[in-house]
Design a protein around this ligand. Structure first.
Ligand code: ACO
Length: 377
């Protein structure tokens, strides 16, 4: 009897040395190192290089990588002009998908698929994603696009290009931690999509454009914006319990909770919650935070037994919102971080490539014959 793995749940299709997840216990490691240690000690730049190379870099390797990223922050002028001409009504993820595809047109190496080329393109894309996303946001808000600076960190420079103001050290570091937390996560839908595209020996830009499309949906990266929509719909903390109870009674999904792999708290959500709590202890609890606290309690009480707990998207929005970022940019920010995991995973898979080509059990007609158009009812 054929067994169908609906949603490919539990299917192993490759080996990877990058990321390990124990969903039952809420454990996540990159290169064997717990995510909490990466968040506390590392930077997005370092984790990106570690994922690309499969090892912790030396100080000299990291300095060279950082310089390389900084040198590649600028985007082609034609692309900046194109971004400025996008309709203001399109979602920033639509704009990002188009902009990255367009970026590939200016890269003379774009069609090369050897490992060296894939790596060189990856580094450029990691650097340029920040500039592209900030430019999309500025253009959409009717503000002039801001050129990158090379004296700021990747996170600090992004916030500067987005807001026009140099962030404080604390703000830049907080955003950096959020990027670290989102940089890679095993065979999630968008990474798998990138790999599926690369498995045909397609080019790096096609892989990443495919991945952006997969990340965009509300069951994956789009959930961080959907959580904020939900919080805005709830309105005030005193409405939260009734709102969630109603949704659960109607068998509707709550955004930002549940995960295919985690059947306990997603460790990334704990780091983000700790930060949100830290802010709340200093500045008082924001409305968003108070609503989230109630939702978490109701969800864990009602459906925690089914393995439904907050995921990374649950608290990330409050952190971005504390930094003054609008919710439409939350999913592009997810892409800003996940570009590293996408690239590293494509490169790793390409070393021992095999075309990804699953199958479906055929349940259609078996004895049909062609009927001429004029004879059909
Ligand atoms: N709210 C309420 N119930 C839920 C939720 C949720 N968010 N997620 C799962 N469930 C319930 C389902 O109703 C189902 O219950 P049943 O067995 O009684 O029918 C059971 O849990 C299993 O749900 P599935 O949808 O089959 O689980 P799956 O592994 O396919 O889905 C997913 C995982 C898509 C993440 C799901 O939990 C979900 O839709 N969550 C909300 C969207 C979200 O936050 N996505 C971000 C995920 S993290 C990331 O991609 C970065």
């Amino acid at each position: 009897m054929t067994t169908i793995a609906k949603g490919l749940e539990g299917v192993l299709f490759t080996e990877s040395r990058l990321t390990f997840i124990n969903g039952a216990e809420g454990i996540l490691t990159h290169l064997g190192i717990p995510i909490q240690e990466w968040a506390e000690n590392s930077t997005f730049e370092e984790l990106s290089l570690a994922l690309l190379d499969g090892k912790l870099p030396t100080a000299a390797e990291l300095a060279a990588f950082d310089a390389h990223l900084k040198a590649n922050r600028a985007i082609p002028e034609k692309l900046a002009e194109e971004i400025a001409s996008f309709p203001k009504t399109v979602h920033p993820m639509q704009a990002l998908r188009t902009a990255v595809s367009y970026l590939g047109l200016f890269d003379p190496q774009a069609e090369e698929t050897g490992e060296d080329a894939r790596r060189a393109i990856s580094i450029r894309m990691i650097a340029q994603f920040a500039t592209i996303i900030a430019a999309i946001a500025r253009a959409r808000e009717g503000q002039p696009v801001i050129a990158p600076r090379s004296d700021l960190t990747h996170a600090g420079n992004f916030l500067y290009m987005l807001t026009g103001k140099e962030p404080t050290t604390e703000q830049a570091r907080l955003f950096d931690i959020a990027l670290v937390l989102h940089a890679d996560h095993g065979m999630n839908a968008s990474t798998f999509t990138a790999i599926a595209t690369s498995s045909t020996i397609s080019d790096m830009y096609s892989c990443i454009v495919s991945a952006i499309g997969a990340l965009k949906g509300p069951l994956h990266g789009g959930a961080n914006e959907a959580v904020m929509d939900m919080l805005d719909e709830v309105g005030t903390p005193d409405q939260a319990e009734a709102y969630i109870t109603r949704k659960l009674d109607n068998k509707e999904k709550i955004m930002g909770v549940g995960h295919r792999v985690y059947k306990y708290f997603d460790p990334r959500s704990r780091v983000l919650r700790d930060y949100a709590e830290h802010v709340a202890s200093k500045e008082g609890k924001s409305t968003y935070y108070q609503i989230l606290e109630t939702i978490e309690k109701v969800v864990v009480d009602r459906i925690g037994s089914k393995g439904i707990y907050p995921n990374v998207d649950f608290y990330s929005g409050t952190v971005y919102s504390d930094l003054g970022i609008r919710k439409e940019y939350f999913t592009p920010i997810f892409a800003l971080a996940r570009i590293s995991g996408w690239c590293a995973s494509v490169i790793e898979y390409s070393r021992d490539n095999r075309l990804l080509r699953p199958d479906a059990q055929y349940t259609g007609a078996t004895d049909a014959h062609y009927t001429k158009l004029q004879d059909r009812q």
